[in-house]
Design a protein around this ligand. Structure first.
Ligand SMILES: [Zn+2]
Length: 225
């Protein structure tokens, strides 16, 4: 190959590499929740951290996770003490059962890792909505939960726990707390749902505790790349 051709091939390689990097780095994932239908999934422009593509994702980022074991949350929207209490109960239960991270309430809604909005909407079909962004390291960079109409007859915070697990990266999974239909009153501590607790223990202890349940459907940025 003469020098000109070599330079041309090199330039082409650099250009293609740059395009691949930009595509990958700006890829995020957003989920929305609709209880009666399939969730809508679409790719969303996302914040990203400087990272070389040649760097292998670390083992701890095999599964989506918040990048810290102190996870902040903030509540906003209508001031219904019962609705807020149910959400607080869901957070408390998840924290206690998993035992690997803590939830801390912060006053600044925009600064919180999990932004929880209580809405009053004339949409009886929709019970909640979860919106999650994953960065290139599979870290949850932004998580929003909108509580619309919880299934109150369950007398258990199943809708709240379900939405919370979405922002921890879990997809729908029939006959568990992640069942797409929110009216079955499944609980986090049910036999069919305990694997969520064990899997979160595994993720947030970096594999030291808990049980790895790689069969649980999770959103995963690595599958999009
Ligand atoms: Zn859902």
């Amino acid at each position: 190959m003469d020098t000109k051709l070599k330079v041309l091939v090199l330039m082409l390689f650099v250009l293609v590499s740059a395009m691949v990097f930009v595509t990958v780095a700006f890829t995020g994932l957003t989920i929305f929740e609709e209880p009666e239908e399939e969730d809508f999934h679409f790719v969303n422009i996302n914040q990203f951290q400087e990272l070389s593509l040649s760097e292998e994702p670390r083992e701890s980022f095999k599964y989506p996770r918040f990048n810290n074991n102190t996870i902040t949350y903030s509540l906003s929207g209508i001031n219904d003490s019962q609705k807020r209490q149910r959400m607080q109960d869901a957070l408390k239960e998840l924290e206690k059962e998993v035992g690997e991270f803590i939830f801390v309430e912060v006053p600044d809604y925009q600064e919180a890792d999990i932004k929880i909005l209580f809405e009053r909407r004339n949409n009886l079909r929709k019970i909640g909505e979860a919106n999650l962004k994953l960065n290139i390291l599979n870290e949850v960079s932004n998580a929003e939960i909108r509580m619309i109409n919880v299934v109150e007859y369950c007398h258990y915070h199943n809708t709240e726990t379900h939405e919370l697990l979405h922002v921890f990266g879990f997809e729908h999974n029939s006959r568990t707390i992640m069942d797409p239909h929110g009216d079955n009153c499944y609980k986090l501590t049910d036999r069919g749902s305990r694997k969520y607790i064990e899997h979160l223990q595994f993720i947030y202890s970096d594999g030291l505790r808990g049980v790895e349940h790689s069969d649980i459907p999770m959103y995963n940025i690595n599958e999009l790349i």
